[in-house]
Write a protein that binds this ligand. Structure first.
Ligand SMILES: [Zn+2]
Length: 313
């Protein structure tokens, strides 16, 4: 059986994930308080500007006297600075929690080891690195944003089995694009959009698709809609988006724009819907190499293949 430390940290990750789409540009954080082999309190960061996970977990404990005999598990280093809320490290010390297990350190400039240091100086026993890889993967958007000073970038497109993204066909007086999506993948795309801060398309895609680019088939926030035109040098634009606090992007087309993201090394993840349909000709899908493979998910006649840039996973 997996050891209990891992099980508690997995619970933190499960709680943290509930904040996806609501807490950015903050990280997703979950915390559990364990005493006598039982979880006596748990919480997560629910919404940007609201209480941090540690505060919610500590407040959920019905018998506060047990805090002095408990261990707090949290997937990211507790904060040490006054932001929108007071520092969590200070609260942990004030509540006399003797032991803290941390998943990943927080590289954010205002924390960056200070939370762990503050706790240790106060005599709290701190363990760092429990399920580190999983904890870092969960906060891939936040970690990319704070360490690389640009949004986390996801490219998403749909293509035929033979690698074409589009073939215009004549319908009545106008042209329309071949569709590769089904009801399931449409819903999934809307879920994906709700998880990111902004959605990017090129001017041609915007004109061609006239798509609403929203999340009407899923709950959550609509991402900000951004249009990339050829006058925008990508690295400069990414820097500007970082300064505006845009933590993640989903780039939905077209292939020329997506290829320019790949060529500029500005891409962390690619999600491709591959239809069983073969087109034989048309607009070619972007080309990329050196990515880690990931199992595909199948939804009827369409499979979704997600690939991560090798550095990420
Ligand atoms: Zn905090």
């Amino acid at each position: 059986m997996e050891n209990w430390d891992n099980i508690y940290m997995r619970r933190c990750l499960e709680l943290a994930r509930k904040g996806l789409g609501y807490v950015a540009p903050n990280p997703m954080v979950g915390a559990v308080v364990v005493s006598g082999g039982r979880i006596i309190g748990e919480g997560y960061h629910r919404r940007f500007g609201e209480a941090h996970a540690e505060v919610n977990a500590i407040n959920a404990v019905h018998r506060p006297e047990l805090l002095r005999k408990s261990t707090l598990y949290v997937n990211l280093e507790p904060c040490a600075h006054y932001g929108k809320t007071p520092p969590c490290a200070e609260l942990i010390i004030a509540k006399q929690i003797p032991k803290v297990v941390v998943g990943a350190a927080d590289p954010f400039a205002k924390v960056d080891g200070r939370g762990i240091e503050m706790l240790r100086k106060a005599g709290v026993e701190v363990t760092v690195g429990m399920l580190k890889a999983e904890c870092e993967t969960l906060n891939k958007r936040f970690l990319t944003f704070v360490t690389q000073h640009r949004p986390y970038i996801i490219l998403k497109w749909a293509q035929s089995a033979d690698g074409f993204v589009d073939r215009l066909r004549q319908v009545g007086d106008g042209q329309t694009a071949v569709r590769f999506s089904n009801d399931f993948t449409t819903q999934l795309v809307h879920k994906m959009r709700a998880e990111e801060a902004a959605i990017v398309v090129g001017t041609r895609t915007m004109a061609l698709d006239q798509s609403q680019l929203n999340v009407r088939h899923w709950h959550g926030n609509n991402p900000i809609r951004l249009t990339a035109d050829s006058t925008k040098p990508l690295p400069q634009w990414m820097k500007e988006l970082y300064e505006q606090g845009i933590q993640s992007l989903i780039v939905e087309g077209g292939p020329t724009l997506q290829q320019s993201f790949i060529d500029a090394g500005l891409c962390d993840e690619v999600r491709v819907e591959v239809s069983d349909v073969r087109l034989g000709e048309g607009v070619k899908a972007p080309v990329f190499a050196g990515w880690s493979p990931h199992p595909a998910l199948r939804f009827g006649e369409i499979k979704i293949q997600t690939k991560y840039f090798a550095d990420i996973q």
